[in-house]
Design a protein around this ligand. Structure first.
Ligand code: ZN
Ligand code: ZN
Length: 478
């Protein structure tokens, strides 16, 4: 009968007792031989009575060994994943100095079939970094024999020297495989794409930003619309913002005492363009029909707001109610106020949902929470969705695989390049889209990086740096 035919096909069917390993057999034989030798010596020296005592001891030792082996084998059979028994570690075939993942299964069992696409992806994505192999133990029992498996599928992890480091029985997801490699010291996600990563950069803007300072939003660098401008008085002069939303973003980032801060703020009457103290104005709060993104218009009088409401729809809100709405959704990394319609969606592995105010902040949620996350970030040029899953602080999967990140940088007065801030970052489904976007935005500067790199940049931040994220002056009045 083929050895493979004895294998259970699914871990849930329970493990078959694993054969006694050669090492254990050798141990028993050695102990037995030693006891027989001692018994023989004793017989020659002391006669029959001492000999029978030694035989009794020998019998007890062998019985204890047999019971121990039975217990160990039972535990092995019932454990779906376990670290490789060092004594029984398999040594794989020469692996060209690469770590190796070996999957032993068949083409017919269901969990084996589920493993097949995962193995293919790993083979392609990590070519040159790990060896991925599959043995069909039903078709080729001789090839599977040396690995002494008791279930299919079984995955065996070998290090670069060929030593078995871990084995797992049953279906093993790609995320779990990558996390296990990482635990074993083989970090496939970080640095892997660097060799083939994007090289595009534009560190000097193609065109200088020649707009007058008063026409540029302090926060988002967008054009200021005279009908919506918000002005904040500060010790260093007036800070001009493109509208109430950018004001609330800035407000959410302030680390100073915010008591009476709104007294420094004036908004613009949408109807006549005149400045009004922010707390005295009323606000027409609506939503864009297509996206649901909020629209906010300020009015000096309720009559003005009412007139506009009849034309454009929406609800009239007082300042404090508007503030509550504006501060309700926050970036899960930097705590900045966001509109979900502008943000990346972030789900954590334990079912918490949050937002990333930009693509890079979205990845930062993994650093801030220490959890595995899934990020949904639309391409900045086309809106196509990019999905990043992380595991243990590394990129576990990326859809589409061609996706890249733009790291927006600007030159500081000392000549060093620093982050250009959240409004200047983004993901793209491929490098071509990124280049087109950069072309359409001549004042942007920065460089293309892999999404793995963008995540690694966040993961290396200290808890203190994370706490200060976005609160280091970039968003505060200057
Ligand atoms: Zn703005
Ligand atoms: Zn953020």
């Amino acid at each position: 009968m083929h050895e493979a035919a004895l294998l259970a096909q699914c871990p849930c069917s329970g493990g078959q007792g694993q054969g006694v390993t050669p090492l254990v057999l050798f141990g028993i034989a050695a102990v037995g031989a030693w006891l027989v030798y001692r018994a023989w010596c004793a017989w020659r020296k002391d006669g029959v009575s001492h000999m029978s005592k030694l035989w009794k001891i020998a019998l007890v030792v062998v019985l204890v060994a047999v019971v121990a082996i039975v217990i160990i084998n039972k535990q092995r059979g019932s454990s779906p994943g376990r670290d490789a028994d060092k004594g029984a570690a398999q040594v794989s075939q020469p692996a060209a100095g690469l770590p190796r993942l070996l999957d032993l299964g068949s083409v017919s069992c269901i969990p084996c079939k589920m493993m097949a696409p995962i193995l293919e992806e790993l083979k392609k994505e990590y070519a040159g970094r790990i060896q991925v192999e599959f043995i069909d133990v039903m078709a080729n029992p001789d090839a599977g024999g040396p690995y002494k498996i008791s279930l299919i599928p079984t995955q065996i992890f070998f290090d670069a020297s060929g030593k078995e480091r871990f084995r797992h029985e049953g279906f093993f997801s790609k995320d779990d495989i990558l996390a296990k490699w990482k635990e074993l010291g083989v970090d496939l996600a970080v640095g892997a794409p660097a060799a083939t990563g994007p090289t595009f950069s534009r560190l000097e803007p193609a065109k200088a930003d020649d707009r007058p300072k008063t026409a540029v939003c302090h926060l988002c660098d967008g054009d200021i619309n005279a009908k919506t401008v918000v002005v904040v008085k500060s010790a260093k002069g007036d800070v001009r913002l493109c509208g109430p939303h950018c004001y609330f973003i800035m407000y959410s980032c302030l680390t100073e005492d915010k008591t009476d801060f709104e007294k420094k703020v004036s908004v613009t009457d949408w109807a006549d363009g005149k400045a009004v103290p922010a707390t005295e104005a009323v606000y027409l709060y609506g939503a864009e029909e297509r996206t649901g993104r909020p629209t906010v218009r300020a009015f000096a009088s309720r009559a003005g707001a009412e007139k506009e409401r009849q034309a454009a729809g929406g609800n009239i809100l007082a300042w404090n109610v508007l503030q509550e709405k504006e501060l309700a959704a926050r970036c899960g990394f930097c705590d900045r106020a966001v509109y979900p319609q502008d943000a990346a969606r972030v789900d954590t592995a334990d079912g918490i949902h949050t937002w990333g105010c930009c693509s890079h902040c979205a990845l930062g949620v993994a650093a801030r929470t220490g959890k595995d996350i899934t990020v949904y970030q639309p391409d900045r040029l086309t809106g196509e969705m990019i999905v990043v899953k992380t595991a243990g602080g590394s990129v576990a999967s990326l859809e589409p695989k061609t996706a890249v990140a733009w790291f927006g940088l600007r030159k500081a007065p000392d000549g060093k390049f620093v982050s250009a801030g959240c409004f200047h970052q983004g993901f793209f489904v491929n490098e071509d889209n990124l280049k087109k976007w950069v072309e359409q935005n001549p004042t942007e500067s920065g460089k293309a990086i892999t999404i793995a790199q963008a995540l690694a940049d966040k993961m290396k931040l200290t808890p203190q740096q994370i706490q200060k994220a976005c609160k280091i002056g970039e968003c505060a009045p200057k």
